[in-house]
Design a protein around this ligand. Sequence first.
Ligand code: GRG
Length: 280
Amino acid sequence: MDAQAYLAERTPLVDAALEAWLPAVTEPPVALHTAMRHLIFPGGKRLRPALAFAAAEAVGAPPARAVEMAAAVELVHTWSLVHDDLPCMDDDDLRRGRPTVHKLFGEAVAVLAGDALLAAAFEGLAHSVEHHEPARVAAALRDLAHAAGSRQLVGGQADDLAFPRDGATAAGVESVQRRKTAALFAAAVVGGARLGGGDGASLERLRRFADDVGVAFQIADDWLDRDVDEACSLVRVIGADAARARAESLLEDALAALEPFGARAAALRELARFAVWRDR
Ligand code: GRG
């Protein structure tokens, strides 16, 4: 099955959880709840949820075992997009082909909607203790909180905003990308495998896989935006061809980490290739 077909097949699974977790738009505060759902539905590619499902499959579990991880990661991702689009950050008018949350609902509601999406992620994931070992759920919560926090996603964003135009190095760019983008990929994959019952050695291999795929995904994003002048972009620092070569080399490393999983990791392999070769 190719990645697009896998994404299409798994998206209804995560969407059902998101639908159940998020308050209805009729529930007060109506503007806040409408704003929370605005970017979630119909949503984007749902790549991070698909990675969580595929990771559960890689350790021999049915994909549904990872549904709470998939939904939680998508909520954290969407929080970061809502806040990233704000005037004080990237100041974007469009996201997922639609007006950004602050454009439709105002800045204050957008800040609050992002905050509430983040909280909803942890509330929903915590509920998975109803059908998973508590220690696995606690570890998944810990990893997701770490990935979202100041040492990973938020810290990566802080360094991205302050990224120097002069004297930038490839290592400096990759350090930001590992935190801003790859950390959430790793939380999705490791968390999906954790809830799928994976052992420690499998989780460690999958973490290396996801970390490399996450950086390669971000480099591919920079490559697709190669005409945009971004300070923290590998394309700007080493050029488009060298950046593409680096993404391909990271993809090779990622695929090598999957070797012991054999056919069970077929979906992860397809998603990794898609992350690097997608056209948007
Ligand atoms: C402001 C809290 C805060 C965090 C900002 C993750 C992040 C940090 C900002 C998001 C903006 C951005 C360009 C991040 C890099 C990751 C990325 C390319 C996101 C887009 O991911 P896709 O392509 O989007 O998977 P869809 O819409 O398909 O889910």
